[in-house]
Design a protein around this ligand. Structure first.
Ligand code: CA
Length: 235
């Protein structure tokens, strides 16, 4: 049976675009254009996932989320505006499993949906541990190990000295293994929501990481996805 996704988005053109992409990926899709309808839909049907815009008429997305969570186990991914910091925090507090910042690359949205369904899907078998799964705060790729509590990165036991932002960039990529991360998302996670500079600082940190890891140890860890961003692929 196809996984059924409810897309809640009042911009009908965007809703239609997302619907087409999701149907193309093999999902069954329903749409709602306002918060009240979304809530009714979610109570009537058993969706595998809800994609929920925050800025909605009738009832905003956060309010929908709060009312939903009282009884509904369906995972929710929020669509948020880029500068809406409080919405993101409030959304995660209210139980959303993830958020995607508008404007987003469709590849990133699709990847986040796949991950959310795998980790939070209600009727699928338990997800098998990803290669990046933490064991005592350690993220691994090939012979690389990133230990978060100790703020330490090694490759085959050899220590790699990273600046704080390089460390965070690497951590974010490892935590999101196999998900293509857009420059905007990386920028936000590495430099903070309120960073007002250029997204090409992301490319700069990636270049530093490649010099310190890829070149040093003869691997090809961070892949560039043209026009989208960067990804570390599990091996
Ligand atoms: Ca909206």
């Amino acid at each position: 049976m196809n996984e059924h996704i409810l897309v809640v988005e009042d911009e009908e053109k965007l809703a239609r675009f997302i619907e087409l992409e999701l149907v193309h990926e093999g999902y069954t899709v329903s749409k709602a254009f306002d918060g009240r309808t979304a809530l009714e839909e979610a109570e009537k049907n058993n969706y595998n996932l809800i994609l929920l815009d925050i800025m909605l008429p009738e009832l905003n997305g956060l309010e929908v989320l709060r009312r939903l969570n009282k009884s509904n186990p369906t995972p929710v991914i929020l669509l948020t505006a880029r500068d809406a910091v409080m919405d993101k925090v409030a959304g995660l507090d209210a139980g959303a499993v993830d958020y995607v910042t508008k404007p987003f690359a469709i590849e990133e949205l699709l990847a986040r949906i796949r991950v959310a369904l795998k980790l939070h899907g209600t009727d699928s078998a338990p997800a098998k541990p990803a290669a990046s799964e933490k064991s005592e705060g350690t993220l691994k790729w090939n012979e690389l190990e990133l230990n978060e509590p100790r703020h330490r990165v090694t490759f085959a036991g050899r220590e790699i000295n990273l600046t704080n932002r390089e460390f965070i960039m690497l951590k974010v990529l490892l935590e999101n293994m196999d998900i293509v991360m857009s420059r905007d998302t990386l920028l936000e996670r590495v430099c903070g929501y309120d960073y007002m500079g250029e997204t090409n600082v992301v490319d700069v940190y990636i270049r530093f990481l490649r010099t310190k890891i890829d070149e040093e140890f003869g691997v090809k860890m961070i892949q560039t996805v043209r026009g989208v961003g960067y990804v570390i692929k599990s091996e």
